[in-house]
Every structure is written in C-alpha cells, then in structure tokens.
Write a protein that binds this ligand. Sequence first.
Ligand code: HEM
Length: 402
Amino acid sequence: MPKNIEDFDLNAIDAAFIDNPHPVLHRLRQHSPVHQNPDGSILLTRHADCQAVYQSRSMSSDKTRDFGEKFGDCPLYTHHTTSLVFNDPPYHTVVRKLIASAFTPRKLAEMEARIDFLVDRLLDHVEDLGTLDLVQDFAKVLPTEIISFMLGIPESHRAQLRGYSLAILGALDPVVSPERLAAGNDAVTEFSAVLGELIDHRRRHPEGAAQGEVLESLIFGDHDGRRLTQDELIQNCIFLLNAGHETTTSLVANSVGLLLDNPDQHRRLRDDPGLIDTTVEECLRLESPLQIGNRLATEDLALSDGTVIAQGTFIHMSIAAANRDPAVFEAPDKMDIARTPNRHLAFATGIHVCLGATLARIEGRIALGRLVRRFPKLRANGPAKRMPLARFRGYSDLPVQV
Ligand code: HEM
C-alpha cells in the first residue's frame, strides 16, 4: 500500500489489503474520507457518508455504462445488468416486489423449521468428522440447501452452485484477470442453461412447486400486470442463488473465525447463549460478507461536512470502513458480542436494502448458536485462508476441530 494514503488506489489493492483491509481503511477515513481514486471514482469510508449515499434518491444502481466498459458484450454483462440489484426503478421495483412476496414473515417462519432440521443433521455430521473445514463441511451447506430449496434446484445440481457463484461474483472485484472473466462467463452460460430448463419445467408443472418456493412466485406473479421475461427470470434467479448463499456462508464462517480469534467472547457466548442475536450483529459489523457498494450520482450530493459529490461521479461505499467508524461505534475494532445499538451497514439501507437479511439472520443465529453450544471445545486446527476477493469477505479454508 502507498506510504501516502492520498495515493491509495482501490483499483490497485494488494494481497495485504485483502487479508486485512482495516488498517488502511482507518487511515483513509481519518485522512482522506472522500477519497478520489486515479480513475476519478470516489471511495467513502465514513458511516454517515455511506448511509447518506445509500439513502439518497439522487443515486443510480444502473451499471450499464460501468459494466459495458468492464465486461463488453458477454454473458457476465447480461447477467449483472439484468439482476435487480444493478437496476433502478421502475424495473427494480417490479422484480423486488415479486421476490419480496416470497420473503414474508409467515414464509420465513415456515423456513425456520427446515433450517432447524438441517442444522441438527449437519451437526451430527460434524461430530462424526471430528476435524473439518468449517467452510466446506458446515458454513456453505445450510445456505446452499435453503436457497436451492426456495428456487427448486434439484439435489443433483447443488454441488456446482458455489463454484458458479464465486466465478460470477468474483468478476465484480475492482481488478479482474482475463482467466477470472472467462470463468465468470462460463459460469453464467452453464447456470443459465440449467435454470432455463428448471423454469420451463415449472411452467409446465406448476402443481409440483413446494410450499415456500420462490421460483413459482417469480414465474407466475406479476406487478401491475408486468411479468418477468424468460431472460429476466433466469438472471434474477442466478442473482438470488448467489446472493442467498455466498454471503450467508461467509457470515457463518467469519463469525466462527472471529470467535476463535476472541476466546473471551467465545467463552461469553458459551456461558450466555442468549447473546446469540447480538453476536450475529457484531460479526456482521466486524467482518461484513459484502464489503463495498457502488452508486452513480445522478445529481450533486452534499455530504454532512459540506463536500459536494458531483453529478456523474462513480462512488464506492466501504461498508467495512463504515462499520468501524469511531464516530458511531465505541472501540470499533473490539469485538463485543453484547453491543447495542449496532447500526452496521452490512445489509446496506435504502431502496436496495438486502431482501434476505431476515433469512440470513435466522440462518446465522441457528447455525452459529447450535455449533457453539454443541461443541464447547471448538478450536482452530491449522492456518485459515481468506478468499482472494476484495468485495466479498470470507474464508476459503477454515480448519477446525470440534
Ligand atoms: C449475511 C448475508 C447477507 C449479506 C451481508 C447481504 C448483503 C446485501 C447488501 C449489502 C445488499 C445491497 C446491495 C446494494 O444495493 O448495493 C443486498 C441486496 C440484496 N440481497 Fe443480500 N445479503 C445477505 C444475504 C442474502 C440472502 C440470504 C438473500 C436471499 C435469499 C439475499 C438477497 C438479496 C437481494 C435480492 C438483494 C437485492 C435487493 C435490491 O436490489 O433491491 N441476501 N444484500
């Protein structure tokens, strides 16, 4: 990283930043909180500024221009520019309403029983293993099963999901190698073919939909008479699958990593399991699975300190930095599993606020809470390895012993 923080370039980050971005983010927030990258984009690190951008109506999530330059005309471009998260109203509103109908409190309550059952089965498996990779053998299993169930993905296809997901989401990093681009494009093509067949099948056999299936609501639902086209259906299902399992896998793995690194807090949770809800929030704050958001300013925006972000500016919001802003969080680098209030931005805020936040919290609470309770001797069993991504923060390997 540059000696002079003013020379920091988000498009030229190194392995040390990916391993631990927080020292650099603290320096940026302190010395260059509205930081201009050499490409003209702005990186925001203060909580108030990130929140203001997320909540502003003068911001666009439409990435047609940005992804056109980054990807050219290819499957990755089609995918990312069709998914709701990278679109503005009115299209965003249509897709969001259709998806939201599958995430009502009643439907999520039904899902909770399934999560309970899956976690108990999974913990039996963990006990049999004794030593395991927490990501592969535990953290990724539950979110993959749940979102696959909601989208009606058959068991035979579930093993491929994480590979597809990492390839597609990895292409969103600020810097992407040609190999990673090729892998991302292949993943979109293969995944689209699989989903196209599933959607056609469900159209022909609507009676086969399981209770709580999102796919059915997306295919047959409409918003003011507008239904999704086949391509819109496919790309938004891919997005939901990716959004639904990759980040939640990291929530569980990052939480275990944090507890292993903070034995006092691990002990505290073992002694007082009632702290599980605030523990999950604290883990979301300290190691947010999604670290960076983006918007394009469609009008000038004045920040609270009077700085004006000009119309046309591409903005990066550092969720990771906002969540450790000392102006909002006392002792921001310290893990306190009872921290309240905890106004972190891990799920963002504003019109694109995460639609799966409640589901992710339920999964996190049950998976982490039960793991800690059932295996009081849980400990590290070798060096952990981070995923080599800047936008998404999680582990690729987390060897543990129960
Ligand atoms: C810990 C887990 C998760 C984290 C940290 C997370 C984080 C986020 C964030 C920060 C956004 C806003 C993106 C932006 O506007 O730039 C978002 C959007 C979204 N998330 Fe999540 N998410 C998680 C889990 C889930 C799950 C489990 C689902 C679904 C099953 C989901 C579905 C969505 C959807 C559909 C959107 C787009 C909403 C919109 O554009 O209106 N997420 N998520």
